[in-house]
Design a protein around this ligand. Sequence first.
Ligand code: GTP
Ligand code: MG
Length: 198
Amino acid sequence: MDIKNAVFVVGNTDVGKCPRDGFPEYAFIGRSNVGKSSLINMLTGQKGLALTSSIPGKTQLINYFLINNEWYLVDLPGYGYAQGGKQKRRTLQRIIDNYLCQRKKELTCIFVLIDCRHNPQKNDTEFIQQLGGNGFPFVIVFTKIDKLSNKSLKENIDVYQSTLLKNWEELPSIFVTSSERKIGRDEILNYIEEINKT
Ligand code: GTP
Ligand code: MG
């Protein structure tokens, strides 16, 4: 799919102020610093569209980007952000939880981002468990694959899949990406295009 235009529409901590036009939305969720905002920039081909930083905790709002005047990419704060302390972490977690609760109708697919370099982390697997348990449509996106050899990447994905299979009979769709090297763009955009058609 071609992205003809991508426009920032609104950024807010208040889910009540999210767009009301009913367009389908695709949300990017994961730990702070996993590469959510970078992936949105890579997909849209606009480097500075979503703000990124090497310091975790950059995105603190629910940011909506309207794509081709038809659907939204939603950039969210990360979970597990430690720098601002417990209070900050709780605030960001509440934003994510409210978002999930209140946008169920518009939420067409959640992209759960996982840094491919790490072993399964408890807060990620618990989050995935929670999504599945509550019937949210989601897929998993391994990020930053430019930082691993093919062999290590395969090993890490295998470990992840085995961990998920302890709780699930079926695995969700999995994408591998590098925003740095523009890997995984067509796969994700084609996936979204297919869902938008149905
Ligand atoms: P928060 O907004 O804090 O939750 O983080 P985020 O998940 O939006 O991460 P962000 O996109 O800001 O990226 C975090 C850091 O990882 C930045 O320094 C990016 O340049 C880097 N990064 C993101 N994606 C990639 C990638 O594919 N490869 C490499 N090597 N670095 C990446
Ligand atoms: Mg971000």
